[in-house]
Design a protein around this ligand. Structure first.
Ligand SMILES: Cc1cc2nc3c(=O)[nH]c(=O)nc-3n(C[C@H](O)[C@H](O)[C@H](O)COP(=O)(O)OP(=O)(O)OC[C@H]3O[C@@H](n4cnc5c(N)ncnc54)[C@H](O)[C@@H]3O)c2cc1C
Length: 396
């Protein structure tokens, strides 16, 4: 396999995933309540064997799943992605007992995961997060480094824009263990939803998406809840985002392809000026441009995912480029598709009305487009920087 052509078996798998999305997942998505976690849909993703693949496959397979599911069922795509985003830190950085407790349930869809990094005052600048993890055991105060004893913390503060909140069964929570230390003073905790002091509120979004705010009122956590090492949590967050960023691009490519396919069908069937819409060169050239940009984005996504799987050194730059190009491209393609469909695309319930709302958020989350440009620029200038330059780009 190269970054530029998929194997026949991968193409067949993508076809199967599109069919599953249309036939098995779309009906369940339609029965869900907008803006709420759809547990039947999550369970079906488990029953179909897709959730376990989050932990056994690489970045390219993740992209193929997201792109293919998005083509026919964005809700299923998002449910799959959120399980991965919330649980990847457990898979990659958790202890044996954390993994044994949660990953089988994430895989069969009986436990819903969430990734809680953003705060009301720390979005793109995630290293500015202020949710406090304060030592709770005077006998064994936290002094930095690895915690071996009964050390414990209380979490106090807020998280905002957390997908699957407040209905998730557990949260990967990033909290400040060392005040004033920026990215170097953040710890990742696995916080079960039933911890005392944890509450949440749903948020109503443009495109119905299960999402909410969380309030932490002295929520107790112990050393057993730490993911990775104290004060090293920002690395957990960045590793997760490096894996997921190309796959946000894949989600966008899946939506762009769905918009393009709908446009090909519509412009071939719609009578206009004594022929079909596609007979107008101004129309067919727009469709050609949509296809061109979609394919370019797809290739960049596959290349970034392949680089991740190969452990290439330039993953942050490639992941940022792929996410940036694909999400901006999908916005362009869906907008063009709306234009070429005319009024019908704007009617509630039309595929393009749905995609027009869905396509907007990925340009903001997991690092806004401007933040991706910042990452690309930082990586480009890395060889030219002085040794004491230590800033971290984030954007959850
Ligand atoms: C649907 C959805 C789901 C989400 N799910 C999650 C989740 O599961 N977990 C989670 O932790 N967060 C989640 N988020 C939050 C998301 O990650 C943040 O919205 C994002 O990081 C941007 O932060 P902000 O909204 O506070 O915008 P701000 O940080 O206030 O930025 C606003 C705008 O300022 C500009 N800007 C910001 N920084 C720069 C810069 N360095 N250079 C140039 N321009 C800049 C950009 O245009 C940006 O869009 C979700 C958001 C949405 C919309």
């Amino acid at each position: 396999m190269t970054a530029f052509s998929l194997e026949p078996a991968q193409l067949t798998w993508c076809d199967e995933l599109r069919a599953l999305a249309a036939e098995r997942l779309r009906p369940l998505a339609e029965k869900g309540e907008p803006g709420r976690v759809n547990r039947a849909l999550v369970a079906e993703l488990g029953a179909l064997g897709l959730l376990p693949r989050l932990f056994t496959s690489g970045a390219l397979d993740l992209c193929l799943m997201r792109e293919s599911l998005a083509h026919a069922c964005t809700e299923a795509e998002t449910a799959l992605a959120l399980q991965g985003l919330g649980a990847h830190p457990v898979h990659a950085h958790g202890t044996a007992s954390q993994r044994a407790r949660w990953l089988p349930r994430v895989s069969d869809g009986t436990a819903v995961a969430a990734f809680a990094l953003s705060e009301p005052d720390a979005g793109s600048d995630a290293a500015a997060l202020t949710l406090r993890a304060e030592p709770d055991t005077p006998a064994a105060p936290y002094t930095g480094g690895r915690v071996d004893g009964p050390s414990a913390w209380r979490l106090t503060g807020e998280k905002c824009w957390i997908s699957n909140a407040p209905e998730a069964d557990f949260y990967t929570v990033f909290a400040r263990t060392t005040p004033g230390a920026g990215a170097r003073g953040v710890t990742a905790f696995l916080v079960p939803a039933d911890r005392p002091g944890l509450s949440g509120t749903p948020l109503d979004m443009l495109s119905p998406h299960p999402i909410g705010a969380l309030a932490f009122d002295a929520v107790p956590v112990t050393a057993d809840d730490v993911l990775g090492e104290p004060d090293r949590g920002f690395r957990v967050a960045m590793d997760t985002l490096n894996l997921f960023r190309p796959s946000v691009g894949a989600f966008a490519v899946g939506m762009a392809q769905a918009a393009l396919d709908a446009t090909l069908a519509h412009t071939s069937a719609r009578d206009a000026f004594g022929g079909k819409l596609r007979d107008l060169q101004a129309v067919s050239h727009q469709v050609a441009e949509m296809a061109l940009r979609t394919e370019a984005a797809r290739l960049m996504v596959y290349a970034a995912a392949t680089a991740y799987d190969a452990g290439a050194p330039d993953v942050p730059k490639r992941a940022a480029m792929a996410k940036l190009l694909a999400t901006e491209t999908a916005q362009y393609v869906v907008d063009r598709a709306v234009q070429l469909h005319g009024a019908r695309a704007l009617r509630r319930g039309h595929l393009l009305e749905h995609l027009y709302r869905e396509v907007r958020a990925p340009r903001v989350y997991e690092g806004a487009s401007e933040v991706q440009r910042g990452i690309v620029a930082k990586e480009l200038y890395r060889p030219h920087r002085t040794p004491d330059a230590t800033t971290e780009e984030a954007g959850s």
